[in-house]
Design a protein around this ligand. Structure first.
Ligand code: GLY
Length: 377
């Protein structure tokens, strides 16, 4: 008898192969009436999620060896060149965009063109570093509506982008990228992670002095709350920073965030609320946060003693199993797998939705559980 992860993988494959057939060269983000109808390369080439479809495809290529996945992923990578060359629309999420496309390609195939794309993206990210404040600035001036008076944004999402810098540092044997990533991680730890393992989404940092001017609400319920996807960025992001630096303080943050996350899951069937401190009604949930956290828990499990591993792995399995049973659409005639995600707490039009990165983290989590994944971060 095959076990539940293997049968999940088989369902995933059936679905993703069918999606590949329908997608052609397009880059998906969310479905409309159960079908990917838009092409984000046309709609917004700079959109932060534009790498995740390629990430799914490279993970599946690695796990199955099927050329269909590879050829589709290569097309996405080439299409993203317009963003790299366009330059002015680029932002703090270059890691999400190019780790999953060009760097994944380079890691699996050794393509020199892909390597150069990854290095160019890393230089863009490094170029956003403010040495005075020791942080990588989020967004660009013209995108920021929330607080006109703040010129130095730092966000928890960045923790999932800086692995691009650790990669470039090793690739070029140049410690500059490493120190930028590490200084930035230290600033995130100092300004956004709270004592109890919860975190804020955005901190405003003075670009001239590096002083924190406080936490802002961002995608969570309030500046005092705990946006679950942000929690998962911290949990997984600090575990990854530990992988690259061996700084024990980062693993401690990842574990603290993990224990906080795990303790918030039992009341909602292991499917996280959108914000762990949101009002009781409406009960928004966000499966994408759970799946990213599951991958982070499996990452932590790789860095702790045998006696501790089981706890993190067990929770990762509980999250994946519950989401696969309760929040997924497995019909291969419809696009997107994970439903019941939320873009952010306050955006009313975007709840109980699918999101391409939820499918990415489901893919990574299932492949991690089967030891068929490769490290994309
Ligand atoms: N990086 C933005 C988000 O998590 O929605």
């Amino acid at each position: 008898m095959i076990n539940w992860t293997e049968s999940l993988f088989q369902k995933m494959e059936r679905k993703l192969e069918a999606e590949c057939g329908r997608m052609g060269e397009r880059i998906p983000y969310r479905t409309v009436n159960g079908i990917y109808q838009e092409d984000y390369a046309e709609k917004d080439i700079y959109w932060w999620t534009n790498g995740f479809w390629a990430g799914i495809l490279w993970q599946m290529y690695h796990a199955t060896g099927k050329e269909l996945y590879r050829s589709r992923a290569e097309v996405v990578e080439v299409r993203l060149d317009r963003a790299l060359h366009g330059f002015t629309g680029l932002h703090h999420d270059t890691g999400f965009m190019w780790l999953h496309s060009a760097v994944a390609d380079y890691r699996l195939t050794g393509s020199e063109e892909a390597r150069v794309r990854g290095l160019a993206a890393a230089s863009v990210l490094a170029g956003r570093y403010n040495p005075q404040g020791q942080f990588i600035r989020a967004w660009n001036r013209e995108n920021v509506e929330e607080d006109e008076n703040c010129a130095g944004w730092i966000i928890v999402d960045s923790m999932m982008n800086i692995p691009l810098l650790y990669w470039a540092s090793r690739e070029l044997k140049d410690p500059r990228y490493y120190y930028i990533a590490k200084n930035h991680a230290d600033t995130v730890k100092k300004t956004l992670v709270r004592e109890d393992g919860s975190c804020g989404h955005i901190a405003c940092i003075s670009p001239d002095t590096g002083e924190s001017e406080g936490i802002r609400r961002g995608q969570g319920y309030s500046e005092y709350s705990s946006w679950s996807r942000g929690q998962s960025w911290i949990l997984y992001g600090f575990a990854l920073s530990y992988r690259y630096t061996m700084d024990q303080g980062y693993l401690d943050v990842a574990k603290k965030a993990a224990h906080y996350f795990m303790s918030n899951l039992a009341l909602t069937e292991y499917i996280p609320l959108c914000d762990f401190r949101q009002p009781q009604e409406p009960e928004y949930r966000d499966a994408s946060a759970g799946l990213c956290a599951a991958c982070g828990l499996l990452e932590i499990a790789e860095h702790v003693r045998d006696e501790e591993k089981n706890l993190y792995r067990k929770y990762a399995e509980l999250i994946v199993k519950n989401i696969a049973e309760k929040c997924c659409e497995w019909n291969p005639d419809r696009d997107s797998i994970v439903q019941q995600c939320k873009v952010d707490y306050h955006s009313t039009g975007a709840q109980h939705t699918d999101l391409i990165y939820a499918d990415y983290f489901l893919t990574e989590a299932v492949l991690r559980l089967l030891s068929k994944d490769f490290l994309i971060w």
